[in-house]
Design a protein around this ligand. Structure first.
Ligand SMILES: [Zn+2]
Length: 89
């Protein structure tokens, strides 16, 4: 098996791992600006906002005070499912 094949296989495995977890891997673990760990809060945020709660209220409940952390949630777009078909090059 040549190097390229091995690389492709590794990539396929990592894509599979990402999709097995229901696309949880794409939200940043930490806030880009202050470094606060926020990755574990995304699913809770998404669930509550889908249940028609206001994002403002949910962010307050999660204890996210700084606007740098709040923008991580408000501006996040889940793209992983759309990007997966284009990962081969
Ligand atoms: Zn922050």
């Amino acid at each position: 098996m040549n190097q390229r094949k091995i690389g492709e296989e590794k990539q396929e495995q990592s894509i599979k791992r990402a999709t097995d977890k229901g696309g949880k891997m794409e939200f940043p673990v930490r806030c880009f600006s202050c470094g606060k760990v926020i990755g574990h809060l995304w699913e809770k945020y998404k669930k509550k906002v889908n249940e028609k709660e206001s994002p403002e209220k949910v962010l307050n409940e999660l204890g996210l005070e700084r606007y740098c952390c709040r923008r991580m949630f408000i501006s996040h777009v889940e793209l992983v499912e759309d990007i997966i078909p284009y990962q081969r090059f």
